[in-house]
Every structure is written in C-alpha cells, then in structure tokens.
Design a protein around this ligand. Structure first.
Ligand code: PMP
Length: 409
C-alpha cells in the first residue's frame, strides 16, 4: 500500500492556494485527474529534447519520437492486457472512441430494425453517437433500466437482448452513481444473443485493473486525462478481426499504405485508425501515467479509493438533508454524488469553492440518468490516489456550513 503523503508530493498542483490562504482540496478527479510530476516531465522531455514528427522521418529525432510513441502503446496494451499493440488505437478521448466505432463499425453493420442496447446510467459519450447512428440507419436504441439503488436490473437483460441486438454498450463504472457494473456478466449476455459488447472504461481504467482478454469485450474505450495522463488522448481497444474488417474513420496521412489519383489502400492496424500527425506528446504522457499507476499498483489505487469512499459515504450520510445517489458498499467506485435539501448543486459547489474545495455540479453529461432519478442535477465529490481522510472531513464540514448558509432546518 502506498503512502498518501508521499503520493501527494508527486502532484505539484496540490500545493496551490486557490484563494489567498485557501489551499486546494481537489475532489473532482472523475471529471479530470491531476498530473504527477513524472507525466509532466516526460512530455517536457519530449518537447525539449526529441520533438519531431513520427513514422515518416528517417532522422534521429523522428526515430526517437516514433519509438517513444510506440512504446507508450505497448505500455497501454500491457495495462489492459490487450493481446497485441495492433488492437490499441490512440484516439482523442473516450468520446472519440465511441464515435469511431459508431461511424466505422456502425455504418457497415447496423441497418433498419437492428437494436443497440445501452443502459440508463450512460454518459452522453455512450448515448449520442448511437443516437446519431440509429437515426441515420433506422435502428432502435433500448436502455437497460436501473434499480432505485443505482444498480443495473441485470435480471431483466433477457427482455432487452434478442436476436436483433447488434451491440450492447455499457459503462464499467457510472460517473454519477459510482456503480461498479458486472462487466463480464454483461459481455457474456451480449455474446449469448450474438451481439457485440463495448465497455465504457472512462471511470474504470483510472481506478482498477482491466483485462480485456478476461472480460472478452469486443471494444473498450477510455481517456488518458482521468488517469493521471494528459488531455487530448484516449484509447480504443478493439478485437483485431473487428478492427480489420472496419473501414477507416478519418482519412489522410499515416492511415494509408498507398494513394493514387484513383483511390487508396489502408495502412495496417492500428495506424489505419490514426490519420494525420498523431498526439505524440500526449501518448508519451499517457505512457508515463501508466508507469505511474503501475508504480503505485492499480490494486492499491483501488483499495485506497474504496477506503476513502466508504469513509466519505458514511460521513456524508450524517449530514442532515443530504441524499446520496448510487449503491452502498463495495459496489461503489471512488466518488460520492448527492443532493442537499432543495439547494441547487451549483450553489453547493460555489459555497465549497470558497473553502478551496473543488467538486462537480450539474448533470455530469448524464441527463437521461438525472431525468430517471427525477432530479435536474447533482453534486459530485470524486476521489483519487492523493485524497486524504482530512479532505473528506473538510468536505463534510463544508456541507454542514452550506446548510447553515441556506438556512436548512
Ligand atoms: N464515459 C464516462 C463514464 C465518463 O465519465 C466520461 C467523462 N466524464 C466519458 C465517457 C467521456 O470522456 P471524455 O470527455 O474524456 O471523452
């Protein structure tokens, strides 16, 4: 188990005073995590010492940059236990990964009357690309419901999966409820009716180990910026035979083998899906983020978050008028979403901000989920490797203070 005080020294931003004399309490890692020095240094090193375009130069710097970019891919492949680096495509973020699959796989495999199954707890990134596709192709989208406690109604899967279902795309961990879903079971259920399974791992990859071979998922998507890496890069894992059969998403340089005035042939995987100059510095930063999480140990990261989250759920439940969203106990990932009496979450976030506490307020890009819950918005505190019990205490105290500001009885 790592020492949280040591970990905190790895994140220079944690020394920030957000207002004079008010230190930062960063409880918004689920929106985007902070970056350890090693990630920042890896990107600096690239820009200072060996920046050049990759894959096409024969000069020394280009070779160095190409190796670093491809080494980052190897690190990511190992991190999720992908069988080969060909199945690890660098994209802009998780959102782009969904759009890539919806555009490339979806437009060749989805037709009128086909069904795509999602769940009621999805992020817009795993809803809107399928809605665009379904609208264009005359397909139907269905949503597996959730229970009141924020878990999926898995026992009703039979009603929602059938021989028309082409794809079941669902989140590993809900960014609002914190629910940790039974991914293997959901993948198996999709495969049992001949559908593919895509996993939204945006809130999973930063927090717990992923083994795409054990999960047997067909596609899996996540973003670097939530797992200690830079913004601007994400990952699409896809099974090789699927990626091979899919047409390119974006056209241009790098994704081709040969171009004539009449047409083109595509490059090998994974470059077929990486058109144009890629996110070189960002890939190197993501590789360093993977190194950092491996150095802490991803199981230790998960264990730390579980301890902090249990503590936070218990502490927050004692704030009068506060309603926690999502399931209790070990089914709950590293965040706590809540409402507080009739106070608008934006007002809560503003009061907390004055105390240096950064939380997220709003619909968290999950409007359908909030509609289902019958609330316009919620407040969310999210935890990561550097979160301490003291910070949770500060959050709880600030919420008691919020109650007095808004004169809640
Ligand atoms: N899915 C989930 C569950 C998320 O939490 C997020 C980010 N909030 C995304 C997808 C989209 O990630 P990005 O904005 O980095 O593409």
């Amino acid at each position: 188990m790592f020492n949280v005080e040591d970990v905190r020294r790895d994140f220079p931003i944690l020394d920030t005073e957000v207002y004079p004399g008010v230190p930062l309490v960063y409880l918004d890692s689920a929106a985007s995590s902070q970056k350890p020095t090693s990630v920042i240094a890896a990107m600096d090193d690239y820009y200072i010492h060996y920046h050049a375009n990759i894959h096409r130069g024969v000069h020394r710097l280009s070779e160095l940059a190409t190796s670093a970019y491809e080494l980052a891919r190897q690190k990511v492949a190992r991190f999720i236990n992908a069988p080969t680096t060909e199945e690890v495509v660098f994209v802009g973020n998780a959102t782009e990964a969904f759009n890539l699959v919806a555009y490339s796989w979806g437009r060749t495999n989805i037709g009128p009357g086909d069904e795509i199954l999602l769940t009621e707890m999805e992020h817009h990134a795993n809803i809107v690309p399928w809605q665009i596709l379904a609208r264009e192709k005359g397909a139907t989208i269905r949503y597996l419901p959730i229970r009141d406690d924020g878990t999926l109604l898995v026992e009703r899967l039979d009603e929602f999966l059938n021989k028309r279902t082409r794809l079941f795309s669902f989140t590993g961990v809900s960014n609002v409820l914190g629910t940790i879903n039974p991914v293997t079971e959901l993948v198996e259920a999709a495969h049992a009716v001949g559908a593919l399974a895509m996993v939204d791992a945006a809130q999973t990859a930063p927090h717990m180990s992923i083994d795409v071979q054990a999960l047997n998922c067909d596609f899996l998507a996540f973003s670097s910026h939530k797992m200690c890496g830079p913004t601007g890069i994400g990952v699409l894992y896809g099974k090789r035979e699927l990626l091979e059969a899919m047409p390119p998403f974006l056209g241009g340089g790098d994704m081709i083998r040969r171009v004539t005035l009449e047409g083109f042939t595509t490059n090998d995987l994974p470059w077929k899906f990486e058109a144009g100059t890629p996110r070189i510095a960002e890939a190197i930063g993501l590789g360093a983020a993977v190194d950092y999480l491996n150095h802490l140990g991803i199981d230790a990261v998960h264990a730390h978050e579980q301890t902090i989250t249990q503590y936070a759920l218990e502490s927050l439940s004692e704030v009068p008028g506060l309603s926690l969203l999502g399931p209790p106990g070990s089914l709950h990932g590293g965040l706590a979403s809540f409402t507080l009496g009739g106070v608008h979450p934006h007002d809560i976030a503003e009061v907390l901000d004055k105390k240096g506490i950064a939380i997220r307020a709003g619909h968290h890009c999950a409007m359908p989920l909030h509609q289902k819950l019958g609330i316009p918005a919620s407040a969310r505190a999210s935890f990561y490797v550097h979160t301490t019990f003291e910070e949770v205490d500060q959050l709880t105290a600030a919420l008691h203070h919020t109650r007095s500001v808004f004169r809640l009885n």
